[in-house]
Design a protein around this ligand. Structure first.
Ligand code: GAP
Length: 467
């Protein structure tokens, strides 16, 4: 695909999302807010289905993982202990001519200069200066060489909520959490005391996180408010190697199970590491909308950094008593971390298909049936009561077990096209023949084949098809 094809694919998906009620730009009537989005009816359903599929894999199907829903606000010391205050920064560079804003690490990456979040800003600027002298440093947007020096830009989003103990001051700011795992570390002790899990065990949670991203113009791929689905796995250091491999395999398989082809997935080993990580691998998906492989999920080994730091800063004993060895230890942590919005874009990108049918263009979301926002659409062929009454009765019967939509507006062709575009796996047409044979036509989204099914058999039919 060319760069133009990628852009056009992104435009199509963004347009479909707005037109069909998946995603809207936030606060649009006031002019919008950059990199913040709202999810509409179908978007919310799809997002919840992706979340539930993750939760099923990570909690429901496991004996060694429990759930949590911790608060967004945490004690100010949380983010000092974790190293985020002062350490969770990106180096920002501006083009003085066109005012475009860049991350210096992204600019340097183009010249194979790798920096991490421990690289001092002076060294970053030395690298930029060298490129400037060689006349290589240019604004990727307008080509100007007039770029600012890199300056430290904190990704932490401040709130003005009062601190529990002191006056609000620079060192005592309550932040909106930049990652959800912070809450897991703070509730590790309560989880141990109340549920008594044995190592290795995991705590999983889904929730909002906030980052003041410098560059965020890739739809829901990178936003300033987003949802993360994280699982922190607590273990003894000697278990790390085996369990890291185990979770890498589990997470990779999850993508395959939900219809992502192996050709469109790859592992990326991080050369530059976040301040807490000792080893980091990303699962990358080959986005048509973004022109190549991009990170969707990170699996990081974090050593005993988090619990040691929180123990040091809070004074709480966060050790675990190992009954076999009769000794106390600070567990090490391995995490899996994925953005829900990023998965949302990945599944749309993967599912969006254009086909020619009888000389017309059909756009269809060929998404895994378990993730589809609406499972079944009930479509009476005419608005006459003799058809709408039995059609509504079918809706009543199926709604207990499935997300079903009833639609009697417009021509049947237009209604099929609408359901195809929102990825509904099955359309049920109630026609005049139904009045004689007590059966309906079921149309399959992907093959467009139609089957005649008795109304009395419908529930059983869909239970099998949508399992
Ligand atoms: N606790 C580890 C952690 O937060 P990360 O690599 O910074 O690690 C993990 O983020 C995942 O969260 C990413 O792989 C991505 O899916 C998602 N994510 C991070 N920043 C995001 C943003 N600004 N918008 C959407 N998703 C984001």
């Amino acid at each position: 695909m060319t760069k133009e094809d990628n852009q056009s694919m992104m435009e199509k998906i963004v347009s479909l999302c707005k037109r069909r009620g998946f995603v809207y730009p936030s606060s649009e009537i006031y002019g919008g807010m950059s990199a913040i989005y709202d999810y509409g009816h179908y978007g919310t359903l799809l997002k919840n289905n992706i979340r539930d599929a993750w939760w099923k894999e990570m909690v429901q199907k496991r004996m060694d993982v429990v759930g949590l829903d911790s608060a967004i606000f945490m004690h100010p010391k949380t983010w000092v202990a974790s190293g985020h205050v002062g350490g969770f920064n990106d180096p920002q560079v501006d083009c003085k001519k066109c005012k475009s804003r860049y991350r210096a690490d992204h600019l340097l990456e183009g010249f194979k200069v790798v920096i991490d979040d421990k690289t001092p800003i002076e060294e970053i600027n030395k690298n930029l200066e060298k490129l400037r002298e060689e006349k290589k440093l240019k604004c990727p947007n307008c080509g100007s060489t007039d770029l600012t020096e890199a300056k430290v830009f904190s990704l932490m989003v401040k709130s003005n909520i009062g601190s529990p103990t002191d006056e609000l001051s620079e060192e005592n700011v309550v932040y909106l959490r930049p990652e959800t795992c912070g809450g897991i570390y703070l509730e590790y002790k309560n989880t141990l005391d109340s549920l008594h899990p044995k190592l290795p065990f995991g705590i999983a949670q889904v929730g909002k996180a906030f980052r003041n991203e410098i560059v965020a113009r890739q739809f829901v791929f990178r936003t300033r408010e987003f949802e993360q689905m994280e699982m922190q796995y607590f273990l003894k250091s000697e278990m790390m190697k085996e369990k890291y491999e185990m979770w890498k395999e589990i997470r990779f398989q999850w993508y395959l199970e939900y219809g992502i082809s192996e050709n469109n997935l790859q592992w990326h080993k991080h050369e530059k590491l976040a301040h807490y990580a000792s080893e980091a691998f990303d699962i990358e998906f080959n986005f048509k909308t973004l022109g190549g492989f991009r990170e969707v999920e990170g699996l990081h080994t974090r050593g005993d950094w988090d619990l040691s730091q929180h123990s040091k800063f809070s004074g709480a004993d966060l050790s675990y008593f190992d009954q076999e060895k009769n000794e106390r230890l600070i567990p090490h942590i391995m995490e899996t971390s994925v953005g829900l919005g990023r998965l949302f874009l990945m599944f749309l990108d993967n599912a969006y298909t254009e086909e020619e049918v009888n000389g017309e263009l059909r756009s269809v979301l060929k998404i895994d049936k378990r993730l589809a926002p609406i499972k079944i659409a009930i479509l009476p062929l005419s608005k006459k009561e003799e058809l709408t009454v039995p059609a509504k009765e079918i809706w009543e019967k199926l709604k207990e077990n499935f997300m079903v939509e009833y639609d009697e507006t417009q021509s049947i062709g237009k209604r099929y096209r609408r359901q195809d575009e929102i990825g509904t796996p099955y359309c049920v047409t109630v026609d005049f023949e139904t009045l004689n044979d007590q059966a309906v036509t079921v149309r399959d989204r992907d093959t467009m084949t139609q089957e005649r099914i008795a109304i009395s058999e419908l529930s059983k039919y869909f239970e099998e098809k949508l399992r």
